[in-house]
Design a protein around this ligand. Sequence first.
Ligand SMILES: Nc1ncnc2c1ncn2[C@@H]1O[C@H](COP(=O)(O)OP(=O)(O)OP(=O)(O)O)[C@@H](O)[C@H]1O
Length: 287
Amino acid sequence: MIHCEGLVKIYKSNDLEVVALQGLNLTVKEGEMMAIIGNSGSGKSTFLNILGGLDRPSAGTIQVGEWNLLKITDDQLVKYKRDTVGFIWQNNARNLLPYLTALENVEMPMMLSGRLDRAYAKQLLEWVGLGHRLNNKLQQLSGGEQQRVAIAISLANKPKLLLADEPTGSVDTQTSDLIMDIFRKMNKELGVTVVIVTHDLSIAGKVDRVVAIRDGLTSTEFIKRNPGLDEAGKGLQEIHEAYVVVDRVGRLQVPKDYLDALSINDKASMELDGDKIIIRTPKQLEE
Ligand SMILES: Nc1ncnc2c1ncn2[C@@H]1O[C@H](COP(=O)(O)OP(=O)(O)OP(=O)(O)O)[C@@H](O)[C@H]1O
């Protein structure tokens, strides 16, 4: 579904250049439900915005389904956004219309794309557990309920790819669990590929794979040890096996605390020792 290699995004403003993505590699299979984690400023939102067609990449390769997002024309990008992706933000209230009902809010994007389907709009709201709130105005719904309306809206165009930026960022734990359950249901029943960007490690137990981004590069992958396991609230390491990402030309990131522990700055010695690769302080610097 998603294949990106050496993806670069540079923001230029006046004389300043910020390299938000420095050659990111990531492949996401169709039907996968995965999360991207990383510290503030690591490039998560930049990556999601590129995937969602809201921002353009600077260089590299990024293919989503049939679309090459580096070469896509503006007209094709409009079609891509309308037909292929659904987007959910942390604070969705700004994208919803408070004076319309939940149902009217879901119908609105369908009308705009000329494909109104009231029965499907109702079904979506039932799927997110709001079948009893169809005719309530948005302003009469709680924050968590509004977030669920936003999820229904994001699915209104029957996207193949659902992108969520901190979808559980401003809701309580119970609503957060409910939202993750809805994503899983949509993923299983509609076959939608789901990519979630988050700070929240507790939702990691609800996805198949977590990829950590550091400084605009994928650094570590956590893959569920037991796919039957579905325990939110547990740490990543408890339910996932951690792997360092090695790119096609053999580059990998060594965690900063490991380097600090051995005072490795700009050089290290590396050697193959049977079935291990050993990285250590440069030999000539050892006492
Ligand atoms: N429009 C922009 N113009 C200039 N620099 C930007 C722009 N958007 C993001 N950046 C910079 O790119 C880097 C990556 O930002 P990004 O928002 O992708 O990080 P993030 O991991 O999503 O962080 P957060 O979790 O805080 O949202 C940061 O250094 C940020 O300051």
